[in-house]
Design a protein around this ligand. Structure first.
Ligand code: GLN
Length: 193
């Protein structure tokens, strides 16, 4: 659980509730001990800067390239994206996910909204998704599987190998199925080692 900034406590609570042994990660040594990582929502520019200040950015990218399961929500999804549309000056990403995200894609009128999304991978009932100054995925490479789209076709949940990302915040309203999917990726990756 990347705990540099943002709503990591909510994610820790969901993961612990699912029986996972979840810890906050702030240093490279803590990352090295983890079998998977959740990057929370918050502010991607701040998380980007802190990840570099704390020397986490390089080791995290190396771990992603080596197959570490990572789940990013909202700002966390922005950190995982290879390309950011609407990045703040100097903002970089960790990357690894072959997607373009558009930051703050819903403008000022609809900074926050909720929607029910039917997600085939998860089955019934639909996911009640909470979007807060959320990004969307506007382009995705061939290895990316879109898990959820809005009515207009923009992607708001996706998977590429061991990387999972959502524009919205399942940790905020008792939706645990994405975290369960992430923990399945962690278990499978652990068994392979
Ligand atoms: N708009 C934020 C950013 O660009 C993300 C918001 C969120 O994580 N809820 O980092």
């Amino acid at each position: 659980m990347l705990a540099l900034q943002g709503d990591f406590r909510e994610h820790l609570a969901v993961l612990t509730g699912l029986g996972a042994d979840a810890h906050p990660v702030r240093r490279a040594s803590e990352l090295g001990a983890a079998d998977g990582l959740v990057i929370p929502g918050g502010e991607s520019t701040v998380m980007d800067k802190l990840s570099r200040v704390f020397g986490l950015a390089g080791p995290l990218r190396a771990a992603i390239d080596a197959g570490l399961p990572v789940y990013g929500t909202c700002a966390g999804l922005i950190l995982l994206a290879d390309r950011i549309d609407g990045a703040a000056p100097g903002q970089q990403s960790i990357g690894g996910f072959d997607i373009t995200v558009q930051r703050n894609a819903f403008g000022t009128q609809a900074e926050s909204f909720e929607a029910d999304l039917t997600i085939e991978t998860l089955g019934a009932p639909p996911v009640h998704a909470v979007f807060i100054r959320a990004p969307v995925i506007t382009a995705a490479g061939p290895a990316v599987e879109a898990l959820a789209t809005l009515g207009d076709g923009r992607i708001v949940a996706a998977r590429q190998g061991n990387l999972l990302g959502t524009s919205f915040h399942p940790e905020m309203n008792g939706e645990t199925r994405f975290h369960e999917l992430f923990l399945d990726l962690v278990d499978t990756a652990r068994e392979r080692r």
